[in-house]
Write a protein that binds this ligand. Structure first.
Ligand code: C5P
Length: 412
């Protein structure tokens, strides 16, 4: 199809190069029209090279082709990304000072705006009124994603990820109007990595969790428009940009952070590998090897089951807890007494969470790997759902399922 990609003058313009790539690789013919301000962020040469089409924002270039009329008229789809506050205002008031705004006035097909700006600009009544105006005229305006902004602060105003804009654009062309990011306006808290239980100042009991799955879930939830908080135990991978990170070390610290954040979390995903036991005594000084006394014996005590406690707290919260979704993970092996799914089903009932993501583990599977294969069990009665692929793909499937379950909760 013929797509006009209008690029506004915001820092997120650099991400639109990836969006352009997604369109061209899917076989579409894209004409990019950057505003003059946009070319201060990403130059015309980039847009020309990536699109394979000439680029201009002047109504006085190629006048004989009547571009200011033709481009909008011929386009099967117009996508504006990033839609800055200025561009939304100019579109809402029907201005025609450059090629892009002329094209918007001539557009016959669907028009999609993907806003990006600072939170206060997005929430300003002027911007909100412009968005309402555009929507009332039939344009599709995505909610911006929530997360880290250009500076140190965070909030709604991030450009949705290129893949999300691409999906929304295709959905729009296919006549679907219900394409808002599935977790827009939701807060998702995710625990990730493995806890470390100290024995003395230098030693700990740990586990093989890399944190990759939890981080992939955080990315998928962020891309789905959620405000994401990562309760990060020990991880071998860095936390992703655009999420709030709460570092923790032990199961007890994770429990404290989890209980403190449960109340304002629409979704709580316990993907951390929490130590079931911790040393009963933590020595203040390094435990020494001695020839004159017996080797030390470590006595362990049980850690609280955080997942189960989150469910109890949620259930005790009454109506305010009813729409919160709690997701557990289970790394299972089968044995002579039962298979993996039978054990997992029993765990789902015992823990009382809404979804349980089940990994079949062996010594070479799952931990630290980039791929994964899971089964998602639900307490709401729907059958087991399988998902496999990279941890990013599995995470996208889990987050999409969470979106469906939240919709289901909202209806009940
Ligand atoms: O019982 P099991 O350890 O197999 O359960 C795994 C699930 O329970 C995971 O979601 C894990 O994060 C959570 N868990 C917990 N607190 C513990 C142990 C596990 O929340 N002490």
């Amino acid at each position: 199809m013929r797509i006009v990609l209008g690029v506004g003058g915001g820092i997120a313009a650099y991400k639109v190069a990836s969006l352009l790539r997604l369109f061209t690789e899917a076989g579409h013919n894209v004409t990019v029209i950057p505003t003059e301000a946009a070319t201060r962020f990403v130059g015309t040469a980039t847009w020309e090279a990536l699109s394979g089409n000439p680029v201009s924002n002047s109504v006085f270039d190629g006048v004989h082709q009547v571009n200011h009329v033709r481009l909008g008229h011929e386009a099967d789809l117009v996508v504006i990304a990033p839609a800055t506050a200025d561009l939304l205002a100019r579109a809402a008031t029907g201005q025609a000072g450059d090629l892009l705004t002329n094209t918007l006035l001539m557009a016959h097909g669907p028009v999609l705006f993907a806003p990006a700006m600072h939170t206060e600009m997005w929430q300003h009544p002027a911007t909100q009124a412009n968005v309402e105006t555009l929507r009332s005229r039939g344009a599709a305006v995505l909610e911006p994603a929530t997360g880290r902004l250009t500076g140190a602060d965070s909030g709604p105003g991030r450009l949705p990820e290129p893949e999300a804009i691409f999906d929304a654009a295709i959905a729009l062309v296919q006549g679907q109007t219900d394409f808002q990011l599935p977790l827009a306006g939701r807060t998702v808290t995710i625990s990730a990595g493995g806890t470390r239980e100290p024995l003395d100042p230098v030693r700990f009991l740990g586990n093989r969790s890399s944190g990759k799955q939890g981080v992939a879930l955080a990315v998928a939830a962020r891309n789905a428009g959620a405000t994401v908080r990562l309760l990060a135990a020990h991880m071998e991978v860095p936390p992703p940009p655009g999420v709030e990170v709460v570092p923790v070390e032990t199961a007890l610290q994770l429990r404290e952070a989890a209980l403190a954040t449960a109340g304002d979390s629409d979704v709580f995903i316990m993907s951390a590998a929490v130590a079931d036991f911790r040393p009963a005594v933590v020595s203040d000084t390094k435990i020494k090897k001695r020839d004159d006394s017996a080797d030390p014996v470590i006595t362990l005590v049980r850690n609280p089951d955080i997942l189960q406690e989150l469910v109890e707290v949620r259930n005790a919260a009454g109506p305010s807890g009813q729409h919160r979704l709690i997701v557990g993970f289970a790394a299972e092996t089968g044995d002579s007494q039962g298979d993996v799914l039978a054990y997992a089903e029993a765990k789902l009932q015992r823990k009382g969470c809404d979804l349980l993501v089940v990994n079949h583990v062996g010594s070479d599977k799952v931990f630290g790997q980039d791929t994964n294969s899971v089964v998602i069990l639900s307490r709401s009665g729907s059958g087991p759902q399988e998902a496999s692929g990279t941890k990013a793909e599995v995470s996208a499937a889990i987050i999409s399922r969470i979106g469906d379950e939240l919709n289901h909760l909202a209806l009940n």
